[in-house]
Design a protein around this ligand. Structure first.
Ligand code: TXA
Ligand code: MG
Length: 346
């Protein structure tokens, strides 16, 4: 079923980029770099092309896509109104890792928004992405360019691994600088609500809007999740991920104890650690995610580490937890999802 020839284009290949942009406009699928993670783009006005995104990723049809624009002028075509808070946030954070949920116009097909009356919009802070969208001349619907459920891709190689044979183009723009997906913020009500934490932090939004809420799945029983994607197991490597949380020295002891137990069962064990602690573990594969003092560094390496564990075929992964300040909140959100709630508290 998936026998498409996938072409990889270098980001500095102007002619290649133009071709990919034309193909994108004409219904083909093009993966492209953004500052957060790679996106898998289709013409947002072309329902057939957008349907192909869901097929290529194996994504459930009830999980809506983000529409990417290169110019604020495109907003009037896809949303009904831009409330005051949204305007202020765009001025401050676009282009950048902030997705705004707004009331959609009729021009946006239902398949993009999974039938919701809102549409998520963002302007990525990446010159290759902006150029591709501009050259295509249309808004670009794009989820992260991974197979559904896998860690998001932060390099063209990650995309190629998941989607070769399923999509027409991959634009290689190197590694993504932020490394975790954008913040999804619902700005349709009086107080903005964070549906997914990401590159633009709670603190940063608070400074602009005064008040900001954080949406908790299942906070109100029987309520449908507002960001449908958050209900799925996500960001998961093939191995089970188990988080170990507590005071630093106890965490190190506990992980080493768990590693020994796993070794008795002949399992190959991975540990995801801060750079400061990495030398203290006796596992088969120890990956330093970055300094505990620099959450941005951990964010930028997180998905690459999770994918490396798979490449090295570990059976089980123990991970430290990291501070939730700033982008650390997004890091921990993704790690908790990857672990599907498996956490040892010491
Ligand atoms: O950084 C990012 O946001 C990347 C890059 C490629 O832009 N994209 C990305 O897309 O992470 P995706 O599809 O993996 O995640 C989109 C999230 C999902 O959780 C989805 O449910 C939510 O945004 N979403 C999309 N449209 C929505 C809407 N109208 N209302 C609420 N949530 C929405
Ligand atoms: Mg995704």
């Amino acid at each position: 079923m998936f026998l498409i020839e996938t072409r990889i284009i270098r980001a500095d290949d102007e002619e290649g980029l133009s071709k990919a942009a034309q193909a994108l406009k004409n219904g083909k699928l093009v993966a492209f770099p953004t500052e957060t993670v790679y996106g898998l783009g289709a013409n947002a006005y072309d329902p057939e092309a957008v349907k192909r995104i869901f097929e290529a990723k194996g994504r459930p049809g009830d999980n809506p896509l983000i529409v990417h624009i290169s110019d604020k002028g495109q907003l009037k075509d896809i949303v009904l109104e831009v409330p005051e808070n949204a305007r202020k946030l765009m001025d401050k954070f676009w282009p950048g890792p902030l997705t705004l949920v707004l009331k959609k116009s009729d021009a946006v097909p239902d398949v993009v928004t999974a039938g919701l009356d809102t549409v998520a919009v963002r302007m990525p802070d990446n010159i290759v992405a902006l150029r591709l969208i501009e050259l295509s001349g249309v808004p670009v619907a794009a989820p992260s360019a991974n197979l559904s459920g896998r860690p998001s891709p932060t390099s063209a190689m990650h995309v190629a691994k998941d989607l070769t044979g399923r999509i027409e183009y991959i634009i290689d723009g190197g590694s993504c600088s932020v490394g975790v997906e954008s913040t999804v913020l619902d700005v349709t009500g009086d107080i903005p609500v964070i549906l997914r934490p990401g590159g633009v932090t709670y603190e940063m939004i608070g400074e602009v809007c005064g008040k900001v809420d954080v949406y908790k799945v299942g906070a109100k029983a029987a309520e449908k999740p507002r960001s449908p994607g958050m209900k799925y197991r996500h960001y998961s490597p093939e191995a089970d991920v188990i988080l170990v949380e507590g005071e630093n020295a106890r965490v190190v002891d506990e992980i080493n104890k768990q590693v020994s137990l796993a070794h008795e069962k002949n399992l190959k064990v991975g540990v995801l650690a801060s750079e400061e602690n990495a030398g203290l573990y006796k596992a088969d594969v120890v990956l330093p995610a970055g300094s505990a003092k620099r959450p941005e560094e951990i964010a930028s390496r997180l998905f690459d580490c999770l994918r490396k564990f798979d490449d090295l075929k570990v059976d089980i992964i123990y991970s430290e937890t990291f501070g939730e300040k700033g982008i650390g909140r997004a890091v921990m959100n993704r790690l908790k999802k990857a672990s599907a709630g498996k956490i040892i508290k010491v």
